[in-house]
Design a protein around this ligand. Structure first.
Ligand code: HAM
Length: 417
């Protein structure tokens, strides 16, 4: 049997990794400007954390988690998202005590057993941002600004911000009942999934993509008409500040998100370049979650970007240069000079390489080209006799003799200049 990566997982190959480094670097640089610090939490957590945090009725918890029994009988789960683990860590280490306005970000793999397709994997990566202790709508607008700023910093230009308010514990329960009642009347016309959700989690019906269901769903009662005064004011202020910041958005009463912890502001960023998995980023406010998981009554808001989907949106990158100086010891006895020079170049911070297999001059020059070498340093019989290295500038195709004892300084200066 041929061994292969597990379905829904993928290798990020060396040629792709430059793009990943770039988006990780962009995250670290931009998030620091907004006051966020990195946190790294474990990849597995007690199953109960996700069941309580994300919601037992959600698709994620009810059918997509990688859950296994530990040897001592405890139930563990590979994290399907980052928020629950970050909240657990905030509670466990009392992070909000020392920092009442706590801004954290996390990077890493997440696991969901979804049906694999373009942009949808069973192991995927997120950049995740969470802010704790802020109740004012100003942080909602700032987090959204940061989310879009991050996509911009990565070079993603074509996207749309979709915005909604899903109410809070004061107004949402009554809306959910209104929705349930409306769904009961129309259930017969809806798909099987919707009929089930109408009872278990009526909000999820709004997320249905089945074409025949759309006219019925569009006619359902809308959350925007059922918000309490506080939620309405909060949402109006978020929108006012987004307008102030010049951030365009589209309102969608059907944006309910797949996790139960959200209250008030929810948002997604979609791209028409992604196919059916069009959401590259999703987030929202989750006041109440920290308390629900046993911590203080602390507001929360954040978002996560799917990095596989983000990389699909990036402009193609050419191959990266991987070498500053490629050494070609050709003459007998040249290898020893080359090895000491290579070590010295590396010590000076340059990327120096040579071919220890002694292939032909032509094939070594080809290799230097493939590596994107800026300089080739050649040591043949003639150079040995004259006490020089012949240094070729690969881009300019010019070649120069450099005395052996000055070659290190010469290359250092040229490569850094
Ligand atoms: P989410 O919408 O479930 O939110 O996921 C955020 C992003 O992760 C999605 O927009 C998508 O780009 C990516 N993603 C999700 N599932 C997959 C998959 N199977 N394959 C590839 N990419 C995927 C959350 O996870 C929340 N924790 C976000 C959040 C943080 N809300 C508040 N704070």
């Amino acid at each position: 049997m041929k061994l292969q990566a597990v379905r829904g997982t993928r290798d990020i190959l060396p040629d792709e990794v430059g793009a990943w480094h770039a988006i990780e670097k962009a995250a670290r640089e931009l998030f620091a400007r907004y006051g966020y610090r990195e946190i790294r939490t474990p990849i597995f957590e007690p199953t109960e954390l996700f069941a309580r945090g994300i919601g037992a009725e959600t698709d994620i918890v009810s059918k997509e988690m990688y859950t296994f029994e530990d040897r001592d009988g405890g139930s563990l789960t590979l994290r399907p998202e980052a928020t629950a683990g970050v909240v657990r860590a905030v509670i466990e280490h009392n992070l909000a005590n020392t920092d009442p306005s706590l801004k954290l970000y996390a990077l890493g793999p997440m696991f969901r057993r979804e049906r694999p397709q373009k942009g949808r994997y069973r192991q995927f990566h997120q950049v995740d941002v969470e802010a704790f202790g802020f109740t004012s709508p100003t942080i909602d607008a700032e987090v959204i600004e940061l989310a879009l700023g991050y996509l911009d910093a990565c070079g993603v230009t074509r996207h749309e911000l979709v915005l909604n308010s899903v109410g809070d514990r004061h107004c949402r329960p009554a809306y959910v009942e209104t929705l349930r009642a409306a769904l009961r009347e129309r259930a017969a016309g809806l798909c099987g999934d919707c009929q089930r959700r109408a009872e278990t989690n009526p909000l999820r019906v709004l997320d249905c993509k089945v074409p025949q269901d759309q006219p019925l769903i569009d006619a359902l009662p809308r959350i925007g008409d059922h918000l309490c005064a506080e939620c309405r004011d909060h949402f109006a202020e978020v929108q006012r500040q987004l307008a102030l910041l010049g951030i365009p958005y589209r309102l969608s009463h059907r944006l309910v998100r797949g996790l139960d912890y959200y209250v008030r502001t929810t948002f997604e960023v979609t791209s028409d370049q992604l196919g059916s998995q069009s959401s590259v980023l999703g987030g929202g406010r989750y006041d109440g979650l920290v308390k629900e998981l046993g911590g203080p009554d602390l507001a929360g808001i954040g978002f996560a970007v799917g990095l596989e989907r983000l990389t699909l949106l990036l402009p193609a990158r050419g191959p990266e240069a991987r070498c500053d100086v490629f050494l070609l010891p050709l003459a007998a006895g040249a290898l020893d000079h080359a090895l000491t020079l290579q070590r010295a170049l590396r010590g000076a911070g340059l990327r120096a390489l040579l071919d220890p297999e002694g292939r032909s001059f032509k094939s070594r020059m080809k290799q230097a080209d493939r590596l994107g070498a800026r300089f080739a340093a050649i040591l043949g019989d003639d150079e040995i006799a004259r006490g020089v290295w012949s240094v070729r500038d690969m881009a300019g195709s010019t070649q120069q003799d450099v005395p052996r004892d000055g070659v290190l300084d010469y290359l250092k200066e040229k490569a850094n200049g």
